[in-house]
Design a protein around this ligand. Structure first.
Ligand SMILES: O=P(O)(O)O[C@@H]1[C@@H](OP(=O)(O)O)[C@H](OP(=O)(O)O)[C@H](O)[C@H](OP(=O)(O)O)[C@H]1OP(=O)(O)O
Ligand SMILES: Nc1ncnc2c1ncn2[C@@H]1O[C@H](COP(=O)(O)OP(=O)(O)OP(=O)(O)O)[C@@H](O)[C@H]1O
Length: 472
């Protein structure tokens, strides 16, 4: 299995990703890549910790090699991604460690490796007083967005996964969240064996979700001495072991970071569960109304991800007017764009400014800009992925450098990393604002109205009424 992966810039030629910025010249591409490296190095490492973030480095490749590589890769790219072309003109690329491998070892590993990639999405409910629709204080964005995604045809079925369950730190809720991801992986879960995708969606059309097949892949990892009978019982046992391992690695603390003590929001603020979560609904059905949220250990990657996500303190509704203030200022003083560090450099000074968590608006551009930049960090943390690499190990192989997780019949050494930490563009903020409105309105009209008994009766009465009118 190769140790590094190469990442070529993608150049949009459609408007699928609003806010996409176009980089035309070689110089612009180099600058863009340098920004990505600096952002990982000087900003995200501070939030997440040295060991979790791999910022990569820029390399230069012979143009002929890049062209041939792109020709080879192109047929493998999912159709839905082909609105962007790979850059074959600059010769620059990013070299990143292959995160499907263990990151605790510098030398090549020859033993089998399992990797679980999770895109957890936003793990909290907005606590901002700028939120205009009460539903946003009750149901999380992911759960609301599911309905719009199914209606738009992005996915065939809604998922029962709710990020608030995963981020709760409560093992039962986390188990439910992970099981739901395994049932409906969408773009939130992938499993690799020795670097090859064995579970999850290659693209939107092609999803592998056969638990029996998955269990066949996993059996040698979890039950190496083959002592387990086959059949549905065996599949369930293996999936349970897998969920246990993922939970334990997600709760493990394998790093410390500079922003470690920065608390973006007091625990008491904001709701710790989502009313639409299937786990929550099941509890309510059973007459239990209190959802346990054990809280996450401070050092674990989920905790750090959540803290970074919570830099979105005002919600897009509170942020958008501040974005407009910055925009207005830039219209008047366009030359100030670089002083304001909107497109970098993402250096120590940029990081320092992010630490101001005050929410008292003094009417200045400086305040507005800080909130905009914090929001961009939060958006990035809401869209990143976590890679958990696991490799079976023997009892005498435990050490400080090599964290270990145990299952009933095996033990694994593991590493946890975070992936896809390119700062979200400033230009995507208006898109975020519009999308937020669409998600909430769709949910209110099409889901809540049907769930709510009063609204639902109204709905039925309307239906009856329509029928009567029809007859007349
Ligand atoms: O807005 P969201 O929550 O739908 O997130 C987008 C993701 O959709 P998802 O909800 O995970 O299915 C979306 O994921 P897919 O490409 O659809 O797999 C992208 O990650 C997108 O980021 P970018 O615009 O490509 O930088 C993401 O856009 P950003 O909002 O992070 O800019
Ligand atoms: N360093 C890495 N090691 C292993 N796998 C990786 C690495 N980087 C990316 N991948 C795999 O490639 C997938 C896509 O990566 P990424 O999201 O960075 O691409 P992208 O440039 O954002 O593409 P797009 O814009 O089309 O979504 C990831 O979900 C992951 O499975």
């Amino acid at each position: 299995m190769q140790r590094f992966v190469m990442w070529l810039s993608l150049c949009s030629h459609s408007s699928k990703s609003p806010g996409d910025v176009f980089y035309n010249t070689q110089k612009e591409i180099l600058h863009h890549l340098q920004n990505i490296v600096d952002f990982g190095k000087h900003v995200m490492k501070q939030f997440f910790g040295e060991n979790y973030v791999h910022h990569g480095e820029i390399i230069q490749l012979p143009l002929d090699f890049v062209r041939q590589l792109c020709l080879k890769i192109q047929p493998e790219r999912p159709e839905s991604r082909c609105d962007k072309d790979m850059d074959t003109l600059s010769g620059y690329a990013m070299c990143l460690p292959n995160l499907t491998r263990l990151q605790t070892y510098r030398f090549v590993e020859h033993r089998p490796i399992l990797c679980i990639e999770i895109k957890p999405k936003c793990g909290f409910i907005p606590f901002s007083s700028h939120v205009s629709q009460e539903i946003k204080h009750k149901v999380c964005r992911y759960c609301m967005h599911q309905h719009l995604k199914v209606a738009n045809g992005k996915w065939k079925r809604p998922s029962k996964y709710c990020p608030l369950d995963l981020f709760s730190g409560n093992k039962q809720r986390m188990h439910f969240a992970l099981k739901s991801l395994l049932q409906e992986a969408q773009n939130n879960l992938k499993i690799f064996k020795n670097g090859e995708l064995i579970y999850g969606c290659k693209d939107d059309q092609d999803c592998v979700s056969d638990w029996n097949e998955l269990a066949c892949h996993l059996k040698p990892f979890f039950f190496p001495s083959n002592g387990l009978v086959s059949g549905p019982h065996c599949t369930r046992t293996i999936v349970k072991e897998l969920i246990h391992v993922i939970t334990m690695t997600l709760l493990s603390s394998t790093d410390a970071c500079r922003a470690g003590d920065m608390k973006t929001v007091p625990v008491s603020q904001g709701r710790s569960y989502c009313e639409a979560s299937a786990f929550n609904k099941e509890l309510v059905r059973n007459g239990k109304h209190k959802l346990e949220s054990s809280g996450l250990p401070r050092g674990c990657l989920l905790y750090k991800t959540l803290q970074a996500q919570m830099l979105d303190m005002l919600d897009i509704e509170g942020l958008y007017p501040l974005y407009s203030r910055v925009e207005q200022y830039l219209e008047e003083f366009p030359e100030e764009r670089s002083t304001l560090q909107i497109d970098g450099p993402y250096n120590e000074a940029f990081y320092e400014k992010l630490l101001d968590l005050s929410t008292e608006d003094d009417g200045t551009v400086a305040f507005a800009l800080t909130k905009v930049q914090q929001y961009r960090i939060a958006m990035t943390a809401k869209d990143c992925s976590i890679m958990i690499a696991l490799s079976p190990c023997l009892q005498d192989e435990c050490s400080e450098q090599r964290p270990v997780v145990l299952t009933s019949k095996s033990r694994f050494t593991f590493s946890v990393s975070v992936l896809d930490l390119d700062l979200k563009p400033y230009e995507s903020i208006p898109h975020q604002y519009k999308l937020d409105g669409k998600i909430v309105n769709y949910y209110l009209k099409n889901v809540q109205a049907k769930d709510d008994p009063v609204m639902s009766n109204l709905f039925k009465e309307n239906e009856d009424c329509t029928l009567v009118l029809h007859k007349v």
